[in-house]
Design a protein around this ligand. Structure first.
Ligand SMILES: [Zn+2]
Length: 200
């Protein structure tokens, strides 16, 4: 199981500070009442964009491991959410995907570059479409539009925290590993079925 680790750090700061060493899991997500023997269970590595570690715990009663995924990392996808976002944002500034793909990945064939780009565009489109349904906005699922409205160049990370209680509804890269307790920290206000509202 993965739980969102809201760090307020960049990936560089996470590595510099070795933040995985300070990460704490106050209680077991399966047994909030305690008494299950939850214990630290080492780490596992992420190798991109730079080598770092993800802290892990183990609940012997549930026989499950629990890892804290830093909020900036994509889930089941290499790199960070912001790296994906920057690619899609750049692509939206080109008249077509072929030109964008050729510029973004000149070192590989156009076919491979297009496949690489399409995967990222698909992920972002699905995220924006799902959040659009949750917050009840009529805005189109276009990244540049959403970035402007939320006044951030780190939109995906912002949305991940906004919808943190509902990450089970998202595919990778925003959502967490299957059968997760999506959020460990706080709850958003409940003002509609999703507990979310459009901020624009
Ligand atoms: Zn437990």
């Amino acid at each position: 199981m993965q739980i969102l680790y809201i760090t307020s750090l960049t990936v560089s700061q996470y590595i510099e500070q070795r933040a995985w060493e300070q990460a704490k899991l106050d209680h077991c997500p399966f047994h909030p009442e305690g008494g299950c023997g939850l214990a630290k269970h080492g780490t596992y590595p992420r190798k991109f964009p730079e080598y770092c570690l993800i802290p892990r715990w183990y609940c012997p009663k549930a026989r499950r491991s629990i890892s804290l995924l830093p909020d900036f990392f994509a889930c089941r996808f290499p790199g960070t959410l912001n790296e994906v976002e920057e690619v899609v944002n750049t692509a939206e500034s080109y008249p077509n995907r072929e030109q964008a793909a050729a510029m973004l990945r000149p070192e590989i064939t156009l076919v491979s570059a297009l496949r690489w780009l399409r995967r990222r565009i698909k992920h972002v489109f699905e995220i924006l479409t799902t959040v659009k349904g949750m917050v009840g906005t009529t805005c189109p699922p276009v990244l540049t539009w959403w970035r402007k409205q939320y006044a951030t160049k780190n939109l995906l990370q912002h949305l991940r925290i906004l919808v943190a209680d509902h990450l089970h509804a998202f595919s990778p890269i925003l959502g967490l590993a299957p059968r997760s307790v999506s959020r460990y920290f706080t709850k958003p206000p409940s003002n509609n079925q999703w507990g979310l509202s459009a901020s624009f």
